[in-house]
Design a protein around this ligand. Structure first.
Ligand SMILES: Nc1ncnc2c1ncn2[C@@H]1O[C@H](COP(=O)(O)OP(=O)(O)OP(=O)(O)O)[C@@H](O)[C@H]1O
Ligand SMILES: [Mg+2]
Length: 511
């Protein structure tokens, strides 16, 4: 299929002076078009010698003025992004011949050619306010294939999180966000930052709080949000192998844990004929914990068995780890409800779990509880709305260093992402230390929003796992301003540099 080149004529490809760079070509442009030559302008190039051969390009350097004479041609370098076939871009092994015509692309055409159309407004192309950039809420290749939001301290990650939450919830997604710093607990109110509010109308948005918004906190902690609802964790809701990993049990402590759980199950539930659906009903029922086992019963059993301690069964070590959990006060509190997926996972509802005061163990266990329940609920209830779970500081839940001792947790994540996709369950991982995340987590994040990153350690980790971002684009990463990001997504035909719009809802601790 041949492709027509679009837009007004900008200039012509110059002859290659020296052996050139494969993906670059020089353009000669009449001086009177100077105002139209800006870096990052997208162009199409109709090859002068092969009719029908059309390239997509982007001006990446210039404008240069090779002659001191006024009104002589100016030059710029264009990066060849691919060959166009209809509205699709394909990789190319070719370059445009000299005298090929270079045409300027208009905003609508750029949006179309790059696949930037959608119903969730994220922002615009950086430097091109007229070229809006949106994600598609109904595209299974976008949110359900998971999102990664990375960037150094203060680069704009939390703002991007808010924008995605605002847009997805407005399109009927249910959202649960783990808030590590109690910064999102007032998102039902409009933004209070004047400068952000002023920039919103350009993106067709105005300051606005979320209409269906709820805050929860572990009963052992408090929340700065007075209406926040406390919940208890129930030790019986966890896969024993996940509990063991999150408590960083040794092998002998893990053996002891399994032994104690077995004992309590035999004692309180000797029939052992629970069906899958019975187990799910128990998991979803937010009622206060009851036997077969609670943390207190488990701890008592481990203590009772302490005299039997051996090299392979460390009841003493286990009892002390369980004691720390008892101390945390987050588990199996009488008359306290657990997390209730049926209540939280409703269309358009945004739930924030404020774990700002919890210790690391409790944070991790809340994360695991949420993942397991949301996943089980989505599998069991076909009619549940599309759901997005946002995990801030993902590297502290699942780090590269700990990955080799966290097989069960990783397996749970893998399950949630692989099988969850078919049921519209999506994860968003946020991290300022992507270099500390296991590479597997990157591979799960198909849409990546990369704010500025300056440490090579963090950049290397991303570059190694993101094939569709060119070296030229990566080189801009350390220079990005606050709120700017390189975005690659299965929805976009090319990775782009975007300016993310400011959030419309409120956030605390904004610098
Ligand atoms: N897209 C944006 N447009 C305008 N201003 C922004 C944008 N994103 C962030 N900012 C500004 O930069 C500040 C820092 O942003 P933000 O808190 O989102 O960064 P962060 O990466 O989450 O930081 P941290 O690492 O501390 O969590 C915000 O308070 C806001 O004022
Ligand atoms: Mg943040």
């Amino acid at each position: 299929m041949s492709t027509a080149a679009h837009g007004p004529l900008l200039g012509r490809i110059a002859a290659d002076a020296t052996p050139g760079v494969n993906e670059r070509a020089r353009v000669r442009i009449p001086y009177d078009l100077r105002d139209r030559v800006r870096r990052n302008q997208y162009v199409t190039i109709a090859d002068a010698r092969s009719p029908g051969l059309v390239f997509l390009g982007r001006l990446i350097t210039g404008p240069f003025f090779p002659s001191p004479e006024e009104s002589s041609d100016i030059v710029a370098d264009v990066e060849i992004q691919g060959e166009l076939d209809g509205n699709q871009t394909y990789d190319t092994n070719n370059r445009p011949a000299p005298e090929s015509a270079v045409y300027e692309l208009g905003p609508a055409e750029v949006r179309e050619l790059l696949g930037l159309h959608g119903d969730m407004v994220l922002g615009c192309l950086s430097g091109w306010p007229e070229i809006g950039l949106s994600l598609q809420s109904h595209n299974k290749d976008v949110l359900p294939r998971n999102v990664g939001i990375f960037g150094t301290v203060g680069s704009g990650k939390s703002n991007s999180v808010q924008v995605i939450i605002e847009e997805a919830s407005a399109r009927g997604w249910a959202i649960v966000l783990l808030d590590l710093e109690a910064e999102y607990v007032y998102m039902d109110q409009p933004t209070s930052q004047e400068t952000l509010a002023r920039a919103l109308p350009k993106f067709g948005r105005e300051p606005r709080g979320l209409p269906d918004f709820h805050v929860y906190h572990p009963v052992s902690c408090t929340s700065d949000r007075p209406e926040s609802q406390p919940f208890t964790l129930r030790i019986a809701d966890f896969e024993p192998s996940v509990t063991a990993e999150l408590l960083q049990c040794t092998l002998a402590e893990r053996n002891a844990l399994f032994d104690c759980i077995d004992y309590l199950q035999q004692k309180y539930q000797p029939r052992m004929t629970t069906t899958d659906s019975e187990r799910l009903t128990e998991l979803f029922d937010p009622a206060p914990a009851k036997p077969p086992y609670t943390l207190q019963l488990l701890k008592a059993r481990a203590t009772e068995r302490s005299p039997r301690n051996s090299e392979s069964m460390d009841y003493v070590g286990l009892a002390s780890k369980l004691q720390q959990l008892v101390h945390s006060g987050a588990f199996d509190q009488p008359n306290m409800r657990g997390l209730d997926p049926a209540e939280m996972l409703q269309p358009g509802r945004v739930n924030v779990i404020d774990v700002s005061i919890a210790n690391d163990n409790v944070k991790n266990l809340v994360t695991a509880d949420l993942l397991r329940k949301a996943f089980a609920y989505k599998i069991a209830r076909e009619k549940a709305p599309p759901t997005l779970l946002v995990i801030e500081e993902a590297h502290s839940f699942m780090s590269r260093e700990r990955a080799h001792t966290m097989h069960a947790t990783l397996q749970m994540l893998r399950n949630v992402t692989r099988r969850g996709r078919k049921r519209w369950l999506a994860l968003a991982f946020v991290s300022q230390q992507p270099g500390h995340l296991p590479p597997e987590i990157f591979e799960l994040c198909n849409t990546r929003i990369v704010h500025t990153l300056r440490s090579m350690h963090n950049l290397d980790a991303l570059m190694a796992t993101t094939g569709d971002i060119t070296r030229e684009l990566w080189s801009r990463c350390p220079l990005l301003g606050t709120g700017e990001a390189i975005i690659s997504s299965p929805q976009f035909h090319r990775a782009v540099v975007a300016r993310i719009r400011p959030a419309a809802s409120n956030r605390r601790f904004t610098r």
